[in-house]
Design a protein around this ligand. Structure first.
Ligand SMILES: C[S@@+](CC[C@H](N)C(=O)[O-])C[C@H]1O[C@@H](n2cnc3c(N)ncnc32)[C@H](O)[C@@H]1O
Length: 248
């Protein structure tokens, strides 16, 4: 028999996930119009071949992916989000789309079967960042790319302190989203070579969640030949960062 506290936790989780899925597009609309939408368009332009998107959510990236011809796997472990996603997919004519409940940490596809992995505003929410990135690395063909657009930990000590303080409450309200992840460093430590990296402030978002990065990381042929090669240092990534001004 299910214990009452387990049942309560399940009910709370279901309600949270229902509210998040129902309100996500509405809550994000202003930020999408002011910056996210154009950033999505920019980073997703290079998505090609067999595409796997982790944490597809309500399907905000669909307009930029459905024009592609290869198979597209849309992974979304949250049932309520998947419902919204499936509704949007019905409105497209793309027959290559496949919705799956896979979490980023464990994708049921063979090694080196994917050309492009897409992650937008997801690496903050996955349970285990390093496992998710290793899984992306495993799935990509040598030369394949990880396209990312993520918010990350602040580089200002004061803001970072506030991020640490707010993180537990923020996580409860925003689908276990973490504010203090150093995602760029984690991407490099997983073996990817970062080729494009732009840092920006997310327009209209509070300071504790507005530092974003977007770009492209590649699974290099070299590292594939030598799996013991050390990951590039975080400093190397910093040298190619393009920092944009605040957007209007
Ligand atoms: C902030 S939403 C982003 C949705 C969409 N990618 C976008 O750009 O708007 C984060 C999504 O990640 C999903 N998510 C959470 N944990 C995940 C995991 N371990 N693997 C894959 N997706 C996950 C959530 O269910 C949610 O849909």
């Amino acid at each position: 028999m299910v214990k009452s506290n387990e049942r309560d936790a399940y009910v709370v989780q279901t309600v949270r996930s229902y509210l998040m899925a129902k309100s996500y597009d509405f809550l994000m609309r202003g930020t999408e119009q002011r910056c996210l939408d154009s950033w999505r368009q920019e980073v997703l332009a290079s998505a090609h071949g067999a595409i796997l998107e982790i944490g597809s959510g309500t399907g905000v990236n669909l307009p930029y992916l459905t024009t592609r011809n290869g198979p597209i796997y849309l992974c979304e472990p949250d049932k309520q989000m998947r419902k919204q996603l499936s509704r949007k997919i019905l409105k497209t004519n793309n027959l290559c789309l496949q919705v799956t409940p896979w979490a980023a940490e464990k994708i049921d596809l063979p090694d080196e079967s994917i050309d492009t992995v897409v992650s937008t505003l997801v690496l903050c929410s996955v349970k285990c960042l390093s496992t998710s990135l290793k899984e992306a690395y495993r799935l990509l063909r040598p030369g394949g790319t990880l396209i990312f657009m993520e918010h990350i930990a602040s580089d200002h000590p004061k803001t970072r302190l506030w991020q640490q303080r707010l993180e537990p409450l923020w996580g409860l309200c925003a689908g276990e989203c973490r504010l203090t992840r150093d995602t760029v460093i984690a991407i490099e430590e997983s073996g990817f070579q970062i080729e494009q990296l732009t840092e920006d402030k997310m327009c209209g978002a509070p300071e504790f969640v507005n530092r974003t990065v977007r770009g492209l990381a590649r699974k290099t042929l070299h590292r594939q030949c030598n799996p013991n090669a050390p990951a590039r240092s975080a400093g190397a990534a910093k040298r190619i960062w393009t920092i944009q001004g605040d957007c209007q």
